[in-house]
Design a protein around this ligand. Structure first.
Ligand code: MRU
Length: 346
């Protein structure tokens, strides 16, 4: 990601070769601050409190957390303890479990002495793979954006709406939903992005900040303005990310996504979901099996009043025009997913 013209990743090994540096998203967009994480407890805290957030980044952060844990205790018990601690941080993004499974499978067969080095290796591989995946999603999605521009005879910028932050900051680099935007922008397709605030955590401000860093024009809107803008014909297409896709193409994403999808369906606006394969839960038949995180009421700013704060919602596959994956664009359905991932038969 470009910050003040310089390229950064959101997470990586620091110069000492063992601690992990990450961008603290809780102080953005006011301050760009990189913090050092030196043990697994700190990494769990960083995920729980959303210093790092976004499904793909949570997965990679957990992998680095396992590497930090292995430095102190690489025994079987230490491995299981660290994995449980990290797994309990946030429930909805399946990337977390996916990454812990990858690290666990790589480490369990090894001798205890060999585990720390291998854990770092796997964490770095997952980080690199995430960058490659996002770039592929970007390349596929950019073709859609170019077609949208052709469809309006190149008469004006393509009007895109997004929700939450599924950009660079939610991944190691490039983003999922925003990767097509960055790719198309860099290829000369004029774009403008409507960014919804995304109450209560305002991840839309993160999206606005990073679009600004990349030079992509954007406008922030309240979450409730989305339907109005779609009805007025001010939106050509929506692109959002996801935290977990069920086998049948139902999509869990930041709360408010479902309402945008409903408005898009009512107004004939295409609704795309960028979904890296690590966000597909091959064990969840439908969205009903996806756990929805309930966060503290204090996030709504009402410490003493009764408050419900579900952080995600499920958008039924019938409202999703297509899924954008690293292998290409496909229908949001069991058939569509099987077509792109025939090796997944669970
Ligand atoms: O609660 P967060 O900020 O970790 O939410 C996750 C997300 O970033 C979004 O739901 C996003 O759209 C999917 S992750 C690329």
């Amino acid at each position: 990601m470009r910050v003040a013209g310089e390229w950064h990743r959101t997470i990586g090994l620091s110069a000492d070769g063992w601690s992990v540096s990450l961008i603290d998203q809780t102080v953005l967009p006011d301050r760009f601050q990189v913090i050092l994480v030196t043990d697994v407890e700190q990494m769990a805290e960083a995920i729980r409190t959303m210093r790092v957030r976004g499904a793909p980044l949570i997965g990679v952060a957990a992998a680095f957390g396992m590497a930090l844990a292995m430095r102190h205790d690489a025994s079987d018990a230490g491995l299981e303890r660290a994995s449980r601690l990290l797994d309990a941080t946030r429930p909805t993004a399946v990337n977390l479990r996916w990454a812990l499974d990858q690290v666990g499978a790589a480490l369990r067969p090894l001798a205890v002495a060999d585990r720390p080095a291998r854990a770092y290796q796997v964490a770095e591989q997952l980080a690199d793979a995430d960058v490659a995946t996002c770039q592929q999603i970007g390349a596929h999605g950019a073709l859609l954006l170019r077609s949208a521009w052709e469809a309006i005879d190149r008469a004006r910028p393509v009007e895109i709406m997004t929700h939450c932050n599924a950009g660079w900051l939610a991944t190691v680099d490039w983003g999922t939903a925003m990767a097509p935007v960055y790719h198309a922008h860099d290829a000369g397709v004029p774009l403008h992005v409507w960014v919804s605030e995304t109450r209560p955590r305002n991840q839309g401000l993160l999206t606005a900040w990073e679009l600004g860093q990349h030079g992509v024009p954007y406008t922030i809107i309240t979450d409730n303005a989305a339907g109005h803008l779609m009805r007025r014909g001010r939106v050509d297409l929506c692109i959002v990310g996801t935290d977990r896709v069920a086998q049948n193409g139902n999509v869990a994403n930041k709360v408010g996504t479902y309402l945008k999808a409903l408005a898009a369906s009512d107004t004939g606006v295409p609704f795309y979901v960028a979904a890296p394969s690590a966000s597909i839960d091959w064990s969840a038949p439908t969205g009903d099996q996806i756990p929805i995180e309930e966060r503290a009421g204090i996030e709504l700013g009402h410490g003493k009043l009764p408050v419900a704060n579900p952080a995600f919602d499920i958008t039924p596959a019938r409202l999703v025009t297509a899924l954008l994956t690293e292998r290409g664009v496909t229908e949001a359905s069991a058939t569509g997913l099987r077509r792109l991932f025939p090796e997944r038969t669970e």
